[in-house]
Design a protein around this ligand. Structure first.
Ligand code: FE2
Ligand code: FE2
Length: 213
């Protein structure tokens, strides 16, 4: 697992899966209430725990935010939570319901699109992510202080990812969102309009390089 300091207070953790030619990214945003963005799967989470502990030292992890219910986004939640039991999972209502159905009875912070999570050092604005089976609603997040869009599976790149940020065109990225990513034409259009209105400076992809736009 690679560890890259992207900004003074933002770490990226990355694992390449050669079999599917895809990297898997998780992020740690520091501050008085550190937040982990995605847990990785179980194997990734075990490595992640050691890295987070080394970075945080005596500080506690406050939140574990994940965009939707899938192995690479929240499969490692049990492992991360067992090591940071005070950390509250932050997710959509559907994700919390799914996880409770699998026996994860944590103190979830359930957020809806249009709501936010604000601390002194960051503000995560949540956006609807209608991308899962049954068009289940997940949550994308825009960090308003640094203008970082956490794109999850929405804006991604296959293949080996560069260790340094890659330049991209924000509006082209939005236009490139495919029906495979958001199947409903109406939901895709609404999402594209919502994203186009955001003053995004960075895209923290779930898979691929970190983008500057
Ligand atoms: Fe996913
Ligand atoms: Fe993913």
């Amino acid at each position: 697992m690679e560890q890259i300091k992207i900004l003074d207070d933002l770490y990226l953790f990355r694992t390449m899966n050669q079999d599917i030619n895809l990297t898997f990214n998780q992020y740690l945003l520091l501050g008085s209430r550190p937040v982990l963005i995605h847990t990785g799967n179980v194997q990734q989470a075990e490595e992640l725990v050691m890295k987070i502990k080394a970075i945080l030292g005596k500080a506690e992890l406050s939140y574990i935010y994940f965009s939707h219910f899938e192995a690479d986004e929240c499969g490692g939640l049990g492992i991360i939570h067992s090591q940071f039991p005070q950390a509250k999972p932050v997710c959509s209502q559907v994700s919390a319901r799914q996880l409770r159905g699998f026996g994860f009875n944590y103190d979830f912070v359930v957020k809806a699109p249009g709501e936010w999570l604000e601390t002194p050092e960051y503000k995560l604005d949540f956006i609807s992510y209608p991308a899962e089976m049954h068009l289940w609603e997940g949550l994308l997040a825009f960090e308003a202080q640094r203008k970082i869009f956490f794109s999850s599976d929405l804006l991604l790149r296959m293949g080996v990812a560069s260790a340094t940020p890659v330049e991209a065109d924000w509006h082209q990225e939005i236009r490139d969102i495919t029906p495979q990513q958001v199947a409903s034409p109406e939901a895709r259009h609404t999402l594209q309009q919502t994203l186009a209105a955001l003053p995004v400076k960075y895209v923290a992809t779930g898979h691929g390089p970190f983008l500057t736009v």
